[in-house]
Design a protein around this ligand. Structure first.
Ligand SMILES: [Zn+2]
Ligand SMILES: [Zn+2]
Length: 355
C-alpha cells in the first residue's frame, strides 16, 4: 500500500483512486507549481551530455554515409529493443506493476534495461513513482512547470530539488526490494552497464557483419543510446505540454501525436496518468497496437507474463465524459464512445431484414 499524503497530485495504483472512475476527488490545481528555486548545475553531467550529443550527430552522418547496410537496417530494430527495457521493463513491469513476469522474462527485461542505461530499475522506478504521485510539483523529478528543457534533460544537469529526495524516501519500494533480480542489478549496476550498453553494441556489429569500430561505436553504441534517451525524455517533456487531453483536461500529461505515431507505446500519456496500472498504457482496441504491448502480449501467450491489468471500457467512458477535454476520438459507426443519442439519431437506409 503506497503512503497516503495530502499533497499528492496523481494516482499510482487503483487503491489511490478516490472517485468511481479512477481519479482523485479534490481540486489539485493549486498544488501544481514550482518554488522557482535556483538550480545547482552539475557541470560533469552537462559536459558529458554535450559530448554525447555531438558524438551522436557524427553517428547520424556515419549512419547515412559510411555504415554497412546491415547496420543501417538494424539500427531502428536496436532502438526498439533498447526502448523495451524502459517502457516494458522499468516502466510497466516494475514502476507500475501492471503485470507480473517469471524469472526468464524478468532477466530479459533487466538485460534490455541495462542496454538502455537510464540508471538501475530501482532508481528509475522510484523517481517515476514520485513523478506520478507528485506530478508538476517540486517533488516531481521532471517537473514540467520548470519548462520543457528542464523536464527533458535539464533535470539530469542539476542537483535534485530537496522535495524530490524527501518524497523519494517516503515512496513504498518494498515490492522492488523483494525482487532479488532488481536488487542484483542495482548492486552491480556499474559492472553490468558498461559491457552491456557500450561494449556489446560495439563488438557485436564488428564480429557479426564486419562493421568498422568507428561506425559501431558512434552508431550502435552512442547514437542508439542517445536516441532512446531522447525518445523517453520526450514523454516527460513534450507529452506533458503539447497534445490533447481526452481523459483528464485538469492534468498536464497529453496524448502526444508524435510519440503515439512511433508506436513504442508511451504516447498516450494523458491516459497513462489517469490509469497508470493498465499494462497497455492505452485503451483497448486499435489504440493499444504498439510494440511494447505486443511484446507483453506475446509473453503472456507463452505464460511468461501474467496477471495483466487493464481498465474496462465502461470506466474509461465514465472518466472521459467527466473530465476529458472533448478530444476523445470516435473512429466511426460502432465506436464504444459513440453517444447513445448519436446512434438513435442516425438514419440507416437499405437495411436488410436479417441484420
Ligand atoms: Zn508523466
Ligand atoms: Zn508511468
Amino acid at each position: 500500500m503506497p503512503p497516503k499524503s495530502n499533497d499528492i497530485t496523481g494516482v499510482l495504483y487503483e487503491s489511490d483512486a478516490e472517485t468511481l472512475d479512477g481519479g482523485l476527488a479534490k481540486d489539485l490545481g493549486q498544488l501544481k507549481t514550482t518554488d522557482g528555486s535556483k538550480l545547482q548545475l552539475v557541470w560533469r553531467n552537462i559536459v558529458l551530455f554535450v559530448i554525447l550529443h555531438l558524438s551522436s550527430l557524427y553517428g547520424v552522418w556515419l549512419l547515412f554515409t559510411t555504415a554497412t547496410w546491415t547496420t543501417f537496417l538494424l539500427f531502428p530494430v536496436a532502438l526498439v529493443v533498447t526502448a523495451l527495457g524502459i517502457s516494458g521493463g522499468a516502466h510497466r513491469l516494475w514502476a507500475h506493476r501492471t503485470f507480473k513476469a517469471n524469472v526468464p522474462l524478468r532477466l530479459i527485461f533487466l538485460f534490455l534495461n541495462t542496454l538502455a542505461f537510464q540508471d538501475a530499475v530501482y532508481i528509475w522506478a522510484r523517481d517515476h513513482r514520485v513523478h506520478h504521485k507528485y506530478t508538476e510539483t517540486d517533488a516531481d523529478p521532471y517537473n514540467s512547470r520548470r519548462g520543457w528543457f528542464f523536464s527533458h534533460i535539464g533535470w539530469l544537469c542539476c542537483r535534485k530539488h530537496p522535495d524530490v529526495v524527501a518524497k523519494g524516501k517516503q515512496i513504498d519500494l518494498s515490492d522492488l526490494e523483494a525482487d532479488p533480480l532488481v536488487m542484483f542489478q542495482k548492486k552491480y549496476y556499474l559492472w553490468l552497464m558498461p559491457p552491456i550498453c557500450f561494449l556489446l553494441p560495439t563488438v557485436l556489429p564488428m564480429y557479426l557483419w564486419g562493421e568498422s569500430l568507428n561506425c559501431a561505436w558512434h552508431v550502435m553504441a552512442l547514437l542508439r543510446w542517445c536516441t532512446t534517451l531522447n525518445l523517453i525524455w520526450l514523454v516527460n517533456s513534450s507529452a506533458h505540454m503539447f497534445g490533447m487531453r481526452p481523459y483528464d483536461k485538469n492534468i498536464s500529461p497529453t496524448d502526444e501525436s508524435f510519440l503515439v505515431g512511433l508506436r513504442f507505446g508511451e504516447g498516450y500519456h494523458n491516459y497513462h496518468h489517469v490509469f497508470p496500472w493498465d499494462y497497455k498504457s492505452a485503451e483497448l482496441g486499435p489504440y493499444s497496437k504498439d510494440v511494447t504491448t505486443g511484446f507483453i502480449d506475446f509473453f503472456a501467450r507463452i505464460g511468461w507474463a501474467y496477471d495483466l491489468k487493464s481498465v474496462s471500457c465502461d470506466l474509461v467512458r465514465k472518466r472521459v465524459q467527466r473530465t476529458g477535454d472533448g478530444s476523445h476520438p470516435v473512429w466511426g459507426w460502432g465506436d464504444k464512445d459513440q453517444q447513445r443519442e448519436d446512434i438513435v439519431g442516425t438514419t440507416v437506409t437499405h437495411q436488410r431484414k436479417d441484420d
